[in-house]
Write a protein that binds this ligand. Structure first.
Ligand code: ADP
Length: 349
């Protein structure tokens, strides 16, 4: 079952939380909603689940209207499962009773429950109460409870956020495998780009109530639609540039147009997306170039912080053997076709 949003807008008083959201989460895939706090992720989940009314726009499951301004079935009438950040298990019920909750009578047997506990790695723990399980186990139980009724769509709000970092990766992997195996259509909220790249088949990058870009992890990484999106992935930096005769002037030197990937945008003011490992350095005379301010070495690579005379910093990465010394002055130039350039985004929305 695909889940489609068409022109969704939502406001809390004067706060416009969502502005014209349209995208489709494809059948059987995990679509991550990625964005910083306050960008509207939870609002979108809540109106899909029926916890908030749709104010403007519509939501479809497999082409059939789920909700719009005039049609809003209550949460329990929607073919949608929910997993919250903290699991939200019923504390006075055992794990088995939690999983049984929401199962239709016809399927509410101990065999079905045990099968689900087994699938999420909790075989034999059905008789325990939530407080007798670790955080990671509670999230697994919450996952079983949400998935056991086999909802057409599963909505997950930061499902791994309260699990410690070591367990998070293995839980994420298990969860992805299970969701895949069951062919679930999933929308998962996260604010962690690494998590979205790791688990998402598609990523909807949200920025201040809008979809900044929707695509596969590969597409977002290789062809970001803006410098802002590019900076989210791969630890890239964004600096300002200006088209000048014969190149692009930046705070760190004037670079040739050949440094750009593709043609320069048709704009004088640019945002440049720089990958730290895309540079070459050469020695410069006293009073020229940039000064090496800091170097951190990991086995074969060196992370180097350079500063211009105004104190603005540029982080680059070189093979350890090519690293200059702290205090040395260098000229830095991006390698050919290594910089993505965008017309400077307007500030108003
Ligand atoms: P996210 O989940 O990405 O952190 P939210 O959907 O929770 O974002 O919030 C989007 C915007 O709406 C934020 O500016 C937030 O302050 C505002 N907001 C969310 N819930 C309410 C509410 N119940 N009342 C007023 N403003 C809200």
């Amino acid at each position: 079952m695909s889940l489609e949003f068409r022109h969704i807008a939502h406001a809390y008083g004067n706060t416009r939380a969502l502005k014209d959201i349209s995208f489709t989460a494809p059948q059987g895939e995990i679509t991550c909603l990625l964005g910083s706090s306050g960008c509207g992720k939870s609002t979108l989940l809540n109106l899909t689940a029926g916890l908030l009314p749709v104010q403007q726009g519509s939501v479809y499951i497999d082409g059939e209207l789920l909700a719009d301004e005039s049609h809003s079935p209550p949460p329990e009438k929607r073919p949608v499962g929910l997993v919250f950040q903290d699991g939200a298990l019923f504390p006075h019920m055992t794990i088995a009773q939690n999983v049984a909750f929401g199962l239709p009578k016809s399927r509410n047997s101990s065999d079905v429950i045990e099968e689900w506990l087994d699938l999420v790695g909790l075989a034999g723990l059905g008789g325990r109460y939530p407080h007798e399980l670790s955080g990671g186990q509670q999230q697994r139980a919450a996952l079983a409870r949400a998935m056991a009724p086999e909802p057409q769509v599963l909505l997950m709000d930061e499902p791994f956020a309260s699990v410690d970092i070591v367990l998070r990766k293995s839980l994420r992997r298990d969860c992805r495998a299970l969701l895949r195996q069951r062919g679930a259509t999933v929308i998962m909220v996260t604010h962690d780009p690494e998590e979205a790249l790791d688990i998402g088949d598609r990523i909807a990058v949200m920025d201040r109530g809008r979809i900044a870009q929707f695509g596969t992890p590969h597409e977002l990484y290789d062809t970001p639609s803006s410098a802002r999106v590019g900076a989210i992935f791969g630890g890239a930096q964004v600096i300002a540039g200006e088209r000048v005769e014969g190149g692009i002037a930046t705070a760190f030197g004037t670079w040739p147009l050949s440094a750009l990937v593709g043609d320069a945008p048709d704009s004088l003011n640019l945002e440049l997306l720089l990958r730290a490992d895309g540079f070459e350095v050469t020695s410069a005379h006293e009073g020229h170039g940039l000064v090496v301010r800091d170097i951190r070495r990991t086995s074969a690579r060196a992370q180097i912080v350079l500063a211009n005379d105004g104190g603005e910093e540029l982080a680059i990465e070189l093979a350890s053997g090519d690293a200059p010394a702290i205090g040395e002055r260098v000229t830095v130039q991006p390698r050919a076709a290594s910089v993505l350039a965008f017309a400077t985004a307007p500030t108003a929305d």
